[in-house]
Design a protein around this ligand. Structure first.
Ligand code: NZQ
Ligand code: ZN
Length: 386
């Protein structure tokens, strides 16, 4: 196992009827900006619950944050934060609202030039300060509620980049699984697939003798495989909703990724499909992952076999047969959830492959746990998914 340092200061408040507890967590004298998305919180009643709990708090609102949030929208909010002397940001919504809120928190206090550098040059653009954040999470998927990651799209150039900083980790996140009850099928399926592939990015690499991380990872995968279909079948069944929600948080709160190699190529390639074609984040991952498993089967040989055996019970055949069977099982799982896994099913033309590989070539990107996936291999992965 590799050396590691792990600190996760996010207070999780989990369970039924917990949204009113936001009143105990938001600092009493703070001037708060409540951030939200396209209005689902008003339809579901979450907005009413938050407003009632915070009736004595000095609060203004910033709504209209898009799915795959735009840099341009975040910058408008950052200006409001500065003009209104906001000292606490409360995100009420899914991963998009929370990611946007994290970027707003950092951009409002960024003094080293253009805040876009936070996303386009994350290795040099240091975040020294950020406004404090709290979250009421309404959609299990991203793990954003318990990490310091944020993914933002620049609408002007159709670029989607991520940054990560401990300064933007929420001080608290409230997770009420009853929020799952109002999710459409598509968002449940997206959430299951996104969480599943977050685990894969930190697990399906190469062996470093990390049985704790491996078995934690496998327990999350198995739970998603068991509980995901139950949530889809009955949206008002609390227990599967709760297990789904906690799986998504545990998939990307840093725990299973500590001390082990990590991949993230599926995500980086997937972001290009969202940026260029607007395909939902999780759906881009379901397209890319089977291609990556296929093309990187030598690098990932031992872990692919372990994944096949422990998750899908595959024990027959030679190594290649077993890996092929593991890929087929994984694809079937996504498809059973209603998530298509090929480019043509989303109407993505072959020319897009050239556009994406040119972008990776220009960036000189080397992706994957061995930093050996160059733009040509990105092309092979995409061509395997036509
Ligand atoms: O915008 P509103 O009206 O709120 O509606 C949303 C949106 O249309 C709706 N929704 C949310 N909660 C609901 C609900 N509808 C009914 N009932 C509820 N309880 O669902 C739609 C999707 O919401 P969104 O926040 O976009 O989904 P998700 O949580 O999947 O977030 C996706 C974003 O997170 C990024 C993705 O790239 C994408 O931009 N990611 C963030 C990560 C992180 N911070 O660690 C990691 C991930 O890999 C991912 O990249
Ligand atoms: Zn993801």
């Amino acid at each position: 196992m590799y050396n590691f340092e792990y600190k996760n200061p996010v207070k999780i408040i989990f369970g039924k009827d917990t949204i009113s507890k936001v009143a105990n967590e938001v600092p009493k004298n703070a001037k708060v900006l409540l951030t939200y998305g396209g209005g689902s919180i008003k339809r579901t009643g979450v907005y009413e619950q938050v407003k009632t709990a915070l009736k004595n708090i000095d609060l203004i609102e910033f709504g209209g944050i898009e799915v795959n949030p735009h840099y341009e929208t975040c910058m408008k909010a950052a200006e409001i934060v500065k003009a209104e002397n906001i000292d606490f940001l409360l995100s009420v919504g899914g991963g998009s609202v929370l990611d946007a809120t994290k970027f707003i928190a950092a951009a409002a206090l960024y003094e080293n030039g253009d805040p876009w550098d936070i996303l386009s040059k994350p290795e040099t653009a240091e975040i020294e300060n950020a406004i404090a954040i709290g979250a009421v999470l309404t959609l299990p998927a991203t793990g954003s509620e318990m990490n310091g990651n944020s993914v933002i799209t620049k609408f002007e150039t159709l670029e989607k980049f991520a940054f990560s900083s401990p300064k933007v980790m929420p001080q608290f996140s409230i997770l009420d699984p009853e929020c799952v009850f109002t999710l459409p099928d598509k968002q449940v399926a997206n959430g299951v697939v996104d969480a599943f592939i977050h685990v894969i990015e930190q697990y399906l690499t190469f062996e470093v003798n990390s049985p704790i991380q491996d078995r934690f990872a496998e327990s999350i995968l198995t739970t998603l495989i068991e509980e995901g279909p139950k949530v889809l079948a009955d949206r008002n069944d609390y227990e599967p909703a709760a297990n789904f929600m906690w799986s998504a948080t545990m998939a990307l709160n840093g725990l299973i990724g500590s001390g082990v190699p990590q991949d993230w190529a599926t995500h980086q390639i997937g972001h290009e499909l969202t940026a260029l074609h607007g395909i939902d984040h999780a759906r881009t991952l379901a397209i890319i992952l089977p291609g990556l498993m296929h093309i990187k089967r030598t690098n990932k040989n031992d872990k692919l076999l372990q994944f096949g055996e422990r998750i899908w019970g595959i024990t027959q055949g030679n190594d290649d047969d077993k890996i092929d069977a593991a890929i087929v099982k994984t694809v079937k799982f996504f498809e059973t959830l209603g998530v298509p896994t090929t480019l043509h099913e989303y109407g993505v033309p072959e020319e897009t492959i050239g556009v994406i590989t040119a972008r990776f070539e220009k960036r000189g990107a080397k992706l994957g746990e061995k930093a050996d996936i160059d733009f040509k291999e990105v092309g092979e992965i995409l061509r395997a998914r036509l």
